[in-house]
Design a protein around this ligand. Sequence first.
Ligand code: GDP
Length: 349
Amino acid sequence: MKSEKPNHIDSSAAGKLIARRKRKLDADELISKICEGNTTALSRAITLVESTASTHQQIAQQVLEGCLPHANQSVRIGITGVPGVGKSTFIEALGNHVIKNGKKLAVLAIDPSSSVSHGSILGDKTRMEQLSKNANAFIRPSAAGDSLGGVARKTREAIMLCEAAGYDVIFIETVGVGQSETAVHAMTDFFLLLKLAGAGDELQGIKRGIMEMADCIVINKADGENVNAAKHAKNAFAKALHLYPRKASDWQPKTKLCSAINREGITEIWELIESYFEQVKTSGFFEENRENQNIYWLKSSIENALKDRFFNNPKIQEALSKQLNAINAGETTPFLAAQLLLDLNNTQK
Ligand code: GDP
């Protein structure tokens, strides 16, 4: 069979120009559809953001740029808790309530387990059945990635796209694994921690720092025989929260009871969240916090990029293994070796 020759060569300048124009057209179309609230376009753009292919990344960046002026108009709420605490049931309950109040809701997730085990704690089962059928809800499972930094960046970009598509409430869900809570806290305006009542040991096993991040602790499954234990847990958490120094937001974190499965406590929790936003928008903390978050993400993007560039440099990789051997042989110290490698990196430029 005769092989057909292409009638143009794609790598030529003309080919590149055509490809670039096509990408621009693709991006422009996606931007206008996203801004009309088209969920197919939104999903497609998030897939491009998540893709590692460089052409996809180029379109994704153009789409993000185009969507940016329409982003920011939302409230971003982080929701965390261990597996089984009732996150999906709670999000389903609160989400439906929020939508009944006339809002459009997007639910995104950060699930670092998906990058480690390639399974996922959050994504496997059919979750939030009712919400997923609701036209005013957009649910997107966690992006995969080989680092939390990468997954976090993709989620932040997905937030912007959802905002441009008109979603005015964004839930970011995560499980209490690794540093994921810190990442979610750094990209949201309000941080909600879901807990279960234990037999008087409520405060044990809670990771350092998580309590400090929480704007609200919700004791879920406060139903049936569990009601009294839940009330005890609520009091214990309330006392503990009072011992923390006042937050920069000047908001005193609250504790609430909830039975997500019976839809009890949901209205009060949403009212509490609304009162938080009223307070921080009036005080100016809302804007200030978002500005600080931008600084944080700018710096952490630079850090990640520098680290990647350093460790992926073949010269560094070679020198690194030599230095490791030298350290183990007692010929140098980790500090001296690090200096040498950094100097080597500088002379490479
Ligand atoms: P997730 O792993 O944190 O997303 O938790 P799920 O929402 O999947 O809930 C785990 C289990 O707890 C399920 O069997 C739910 O039906 C149950 N559950 C969730 N919320 C409540 C609640 O308020 N009360 C009771 N009794 N069970 C609940």
